[in-house]
Write a protein that binds this ligand. Sequence first.
Ligand SMILES: Nc1nc2c(ncn2[C@@H]2O[C@H](COP(=O)(O)OP(=O)(O)OP(=O)(O)O)[C@@H](O)[C@H]2O)c(=O)[nH]1
Ligand SMILES: [Mg+2]
Length: 412
Amino acid sequence: MNENTREKYILLIAYSGEEEEADASLDELAELLDTAGAEAVGRMKQKLAHPDPATYIGSGKAMELKISLTAREADGIVCDDELSPAQMKNLSELLDAKVIDRTMLILDIFAAHAHTSEGKLQVEMAQLKYRVSRLTGAGKAMSRLGGGIGTRGPGESKLETDRRVIGKRISRLGSEIKDMQRVRMTTRKKRMGNLRPVVAIVGYTNAGKSTLLNRLTDSEVLSEDKLFATLDPTTRTCVLKGGQEVLFTDTVGFINKLPHQLIDAFRSTLEEARYADVILHVADASDPALEMHMQVVYETLRELEISGKPIITAFNKVDLLEEDTRLWDDHADESIRISAKSGYRLEELLECIDVILQKNRRLVECTISYTEAKALAELRRYGELLEEEYAEDGIRIKAYIPDGVSIRGAVV
Ligand SMILES: Nc1nc2c(ncn2[C@@H]2O[C@H](COP(=O)(O)OP(=O)(O)OP(=O)(O)O)[C@@H](O)[C@H]2O)c(=O)[nH]1
Ligand SMILES: [Mg+2]
């Protein structure tokens, strides 16, 4: 986008904790704003035990903010927290400028980045849910300034229609998303029947998940130095040293204060991780906010009710670190330092995955009837065939297979 046409915003936060944390949160907000195609031209912080229920910040601070807006020729403000409808209305009237919050900004980025029809429906659903509670709260500043952040997606005209119509649209979207979910379930079942283990790559946005998937599976999923480059889950195959095929699924990244509307809407895509055999948690070890990011990842996994899976944490981007930095994740079964970009220690990562998968498989001894002999080929690809003996009643085998699956054609 042309620099001159980029919208300009002042970032705003009311915080009660440490100032450094507030600064880090605003740094991330500035990145989100940049990803959305606009620019941060200033920051304002206020330490408050609780945000003001009417105006988020105190009225004196709001006046100061109004002066700043004029001085910097800014289009509006972006607030680091989700504002209540009343706060949004009052602030936009007080400042006579556009008022955006973190949730709107993230929804806007998702709207711009959604490519598949399912992704688009999910984003529209989240946006409508957010907007339906704010039908009367947008204020004149919002309707006056057409275009820009907060107006992409379902479109402003829909805002003027009444709640009932939006409610109907939400339930229609809901059933369309359910239909797509059903298709995904069928694909997943087929995959499970295939005996191929699934590794779900999860992590904070921009940690390097897609870069890692590309490296491991020789593919070209979009990876960018942007937040939320990936929205739609992508699955690719990788062959381990022993010949076993493993599926890697790249998922949407997590972020601090991820809007709950989005978690709800993306629950079905994120659920890919729930059916995985191993969670591969990618963390950007070069980010100063590493600890907080890892915490957010575990909180989000909890919210999605994904638990009881073996976890490998890959501390990525170690090419940007001093050699002796200690990296460890207590939540994980294994921690490993890697660089997805340079390929550093990716062999070890695959070995680590292999070892964990071995633990999750069981030894079977059975006889496969000759009519189902093709199950043998599947076994060779997706499990590990240790012995085979051709007998009268069928093929006697001894093999390792992933937990929770059975062998087709097994007669004993
Ligand atoms: N220096 C360095 N940069 C890396 C490494 N891995 C990834 N990156 C960079 O980090 C940025 C983000 O990478 P992505 O793979 O898009 O990250 P992601 O986790 O898929 O991000 P989202 O899809 O946006 O959630 C890109 O600019 C990559 O080139 C690494 O090992 N070292
Ligand atoms: Mg990605």
